[in-house]
Write a protein that binds this ligand. Structure first.
Ligand code: NAD
Length: 365
């Protein structure tokens, strides 16, 4: 088949420890004079200290929750209107960046958040410029056109160019405070993005290259970052892995592990990265083929079995949930039904119906 692909990566990326100091300058470069910073409670004090130094920060919304709710977007939008801002900055993990992205998309024209969420009306044509500043190393949200927002129990991944940040400031020093377990969850999320972008049915050459490098960086640095959070070199390499992981799945989209992660998060309350990692080594074995063997050899592994074993060992090291009994009482019919019907399951290179998923989950004893 002839090679054909469409690649775009429109986000300006500034990477480096200490690069957060350029935030004020970058806001001015965007032509903005009043911006709203979105963050969570953990980063509130840090952001308020910045507010003293950067006069362009007109307001701070610090109520983002994990698995962010649409109600947070609505509150942030109200604040943006009230304080008449002209740019939005999201400083935090994926939950914060996704809230900031959705807010930037609707606040300029004061669009109806719920109607946009439900797809009942299109997102407005104009939006505020948006700066994404990740403080975890995992989601890659800083370079994707995705916002993952929940309304009640419904967690929705909305893929729309309006969510593409204008600028990403990636300062690995901001991740030095991430606790070990979250370091592992988020680092395995970066690994899942790289692998799933690589084996997605929609994979393409540029994303394949970023995926291979992201997998190499995670294999070489995640354990060190987990054991010694103060190791800046390991943190830098994990921030780079997360960025490259984001670029790896942004266009091809993810596949089987991510499809399974939705019921695992919604019904068994696993954090996003842990939910993806739960089945990632299983999918390495299921999706093993010549392409995946090539990736393994390029990152210095003997093959797909070693890759699956390394992922499993990282999960074990951090005490992440790995077996069915770790989930408590499992409704296997619902788990397999929900995972099988998730649209991302259609991207998996090996077709996975409910009975194939049941066999996979039942092997996780
Ligand atoms: P998160 O943003 O929910 O943060 C997890 C925890 O880490 C929070 O308690 C937060 O306060 C804390 N934290 C963040 N930065 C910290 C720091 N520097 N030091 C100490 N603690 C810190 O977690 P996440 O894994 O970054 O994001 C997960 C969310 O992102 C999920 O909703 C997931 O669905 C979504 N996601 C989005 C994309 C995308 O492309 N938009 C991709 C993958 C995942």
């Amino acid at each position: 088949m002839a090679l054909e692909f469409l690649h775009r990566q429109p986000v300006k990326i500034r990477f480096g420890s200490g690069s957060i100091k350029k935030l004020g300058e970058e806001i001015k470069t965007l032509g903005a004079v009043r911006c709203l910073v979105v963050c969570d409670r953990f980063l509130k004090a840090t952001v308020e200290a910045m507010q003293g130094e950067i006069p362009e920060i007109a307001a701070v919304f610090s109520d983002v929750e994990e698995n962010p709710q649409l109600s947070g977007v609505i509150e942030a939008t109200k604040l943006a209107q009230k304080t008449q801002v002209d740019a939005i900055v999201g400083i935090g993990g994926g939950s914060t960046m996704d809230t900031a992205k959705f807010t930037a998309a609707i606040a300029r024209e004061n669009a109806d958040a719920l109607a946009c969420f439900k797809g009942e009306c299109p997102f407005p044509k104009t939006r505020f410029p948006m700066i994404a500043v990740p403080t975890t190393a995992g989601t890659g949200s800083e370079v994707t056109q995705v916002s993952v927002i929940s309304h009640g129990r419904e967690k929705k991944t909305i893929n729309n160019p309006v969510f593409m940040p204008t600028l990403a400031i990636i300062d690995p020093a901001l991740t030095l405070t991430v606790p070990p377990r979250t370091t592992m969850n988020t680092g395995l999320d970066a690994m899942a993005h790289a692998l799933e972008g690589y084996w997605s049915k929609n994979h393409q050459p540029i994303s394949d290259l970023t995926a291979i490098e992201a997998v190499r960086l995670v294999l070489e640095n995640l354990e060190t970052a987990y054991r010694d959070g103060s190791n800046l070199k390991a943190r830098e390499n994990m921030s780079l892995a997360a960025l490259l992981g984001g670029m790896s799945f942004a266009l091809p989209k993810t596949a089987g592990s991510h499809a399974c992660s939705y019921p695992l998060s919604e019904d068994y309350h696993l954090p996003h990265g842990e939910a993806c990692a739960f089945t990632l080594d299983s999918f390495v074995r299921i999706n093993a083929d010549e392409r995946l063997e090539t990736l393994c050899r390029r990152v210095g592994l003997s093959g797909t079995d070693e890759l699956a074993d390394r992922i499993k060992a990282l999960k074990k090291l951090a005490g992440l949930k790995m077996t069915l009994s770790d989930l408590g009482e499992v409704d296997m019919d619902k788990l397999c039904r929900d995972a099988a019907k998730h649209p991302l399951m259609g991207n998996n290179p090996v077709p996975m119906d409910e009975s194939a998923l049941r066999r996979m989950f039942e092997a996780l004893q």
